[in-house]
Ligand binder design. Structure first.
Ligand code: DAT
Length: 181
């Protein structure tokens, strides 16, 4: 099988990760629209293709079949210009991403968002704890080069605009640096 690296891509691949409710989908869809990139929601891909390997009794949800998810996404990711959205990150191949943004939301804001989504009890508490302990940020830093992992505040509409500007700026610099090679 051919191996791909960022050298093969004309546009970078970006991972948006973070605790559920931190705003990955909102940011990802907006970026895709404004920057003409491909938005890929990993949860939706898994659901559409039924890429599951069991049932989690604790959380009452299907367990992702990570190998099949990777196989399913490989081709599209290799083309570059993808914005990948998922609430975990350690199982993706390192070579897929040029930069990783971990969305962070203040606890009280996140609590309200998850409650509005219908989360309650243990599911709500576990997700809030995940954010308090910066679990996903640590996971990203230990799974990828820490120099490509950046936290982004995601509490309010102003943050959304700031984050779009930052990512737009990053993509322009990434493309410019490639042209020099
Ligand atoms: P995720 O994809 O991480 O689960 P989401 O994009 O679905 O999160 O957002 C969860 C909720 O929060 C949704 O009602 C939209 C809202 N939201 C997202 N980003 C926001 C922001 N920067 N400011 C205010 N609300 C935001």
């Amino acid at each position: 099988m051919a191996t791909y690296s960022s050298r093969n891509r004309e546009s970078p691949n970006i991972l948006l990760t973070g605790t559920p409710g931190t705003g990955k989908t909102t940011l990802g869809q907006e970026l895709a629209l404004r920057l003409d990139m491909q938005y890929v929601n990993v949860g939706d891909v898994a659901k559409e293709k039924e890429l599951y390997e069991g049932w989690d009794e604790d959380y009452q949800c299907p367990v992702l079949d990570e190998d099949r998810v990777i196989d399913e996404m490989e081709e599209i990711v290799n083309n570059g210009g993808c914005i990948i959205d998922y609430h975990s990150c350690e199982f993706f191949p390192e070579r897929w991403f040029d930069i990783i943004f971990v969305l962070r939301t203040d606890n009280s804001v996140l609590y309200n968002r998850l409650q509005q989504r219908g989360y309650s009890g243990r599911k709500l508490q576990d997700n809030i704890q995940c954010e308090i302990f910066q679990t996903i940020l640590d996971e990203a830093r230990s799974s990828y080069l820490p120099s490509i992992v950046f936290p982004l505040a995601s509490n309010c509409p102003d943050d959304l605009e700031t984050n779009i500007d930052k990512i737009k700026d990053y993509i322009e610099r990434w493309k410019a640096s490639k042209e020099q090679i």
